[in-house]
Design a protein around this ligand. Structure first.
Ligand code: ADP
Length: 244
């Protein structure tokens, strides 16, 4: 049994009268690579926000077992939204530096040591040569890596990636998925990758979490793949949604 990182127990979330998550329970362990899948509106983003502490938990609990608390221990990569916005003024190294400011006390300053850490992560993600470029001038795939660098620069134990490849072409998407797998394998960083694309995520995640307001499945990807009837049922469900 590996160490527990995050434990969610009987979590329910309401927006007003509207219940969005119902009695969700699971444990994320050190080194897990979890594919969080579900149709639009199934509560994926709500679950991520609850883990990040951005929305109140109506019922149940979320316990973070790592050191330093959830805000230092969890890195978050939102969907790419800046693409094509050449007016967005930040340079790559400045955007990545923001990922270090969150854990500093006032006065928040970037030190020479911080700059070394920033350079290291830029090299690690093959974007060092873009250090002084404006993020709005970069391609979608490059922007994705800059946001990944920002999420990773504080060396989090868990990275949560929200539909990171929806804006990317298939080749860049595949490269990005393998980069995430490398980070998971080489650095032991736990991953939760939110996706609506079950067939892509199945190829790289070690666990699958299937959500439809309730938790329909949480376990190894292997077991998930072996249970063919179950998987076909889900495909039917997805196909119906696509038609409706
Ligand atoms: P997913 O990420 O799987 O698409 P969400 O967590 O975004 O699902 O949404 C789940 C449900 O909660 C949807 O029915 C959505 O309309 C509703 N919802 C999401 N955010 C809010 C909000 N801020 N206020 C009210 N309802 C919301």
């Amino acid at each position: 049994m590996k160490n527990k990182l995050i434990e969610v127990e009987n979590l329910s979330v309401y927006y007003g009268q509207h219940q969005v998550l119902k009695d969700v329970s699971f444990v994320i362990e050190e080194g897990d690579y979890v594919g969080l899948v579900g149709a639009n509106g199934s509560g994926k983003t709500t679950l991520v926000k609850a883990i990040l502490g951005l929305i109140p938990v109506t019922k149940g609990s979320i316990t973070y077992h790592g050191s330093g608390g959830v805000h230092k221990g969890v890195g978050y990569l939102p969907q790419v939204a800046v693409t094509g916005n050449t007016l967005f003024p930040g340079e790559v190294h400045e955007i990545v530096a923001v990922g270090l400011l969150g854990k500093k006390k006032f006065p928040k300053r970037i030190t020479a040591d911080d700059n070394k850490i920033i350079d290291e992560i830029l090299r690690r993600l093959d974007i060092y040569h873009l250090k002084h470029n404006k993020i709005g001038d970069l391609s979608g795939g490059q922007q994705q890596r800059v946001l990944l660098a920002r999420a990773m620069v504080s060396n989090p134990r868990l990275l949560i990636l929200d539909e990171p490849t929806s804006a990317l072409d298939p080749k860049v998407r595949t490269e990005f998925f393998s980069l995430i797998r490398k980070i998971n394998e080489e650095e032991g960083t736990s991953i939760i990758l939110v996706s609506h694309d079950l067939s892509s995520i199945k190829k790289c995640s070690s666990k699958i979490m299937l959500l439809d307001r309730e938790l329909l499945y949480f376990g190894s990807t292997e077991d998930f793949n072996m249970n063919v009837n179950f998987v076909e049922g889900i495909h039917d469900h997805h196909n119906k949604e696509a038609v409706n």
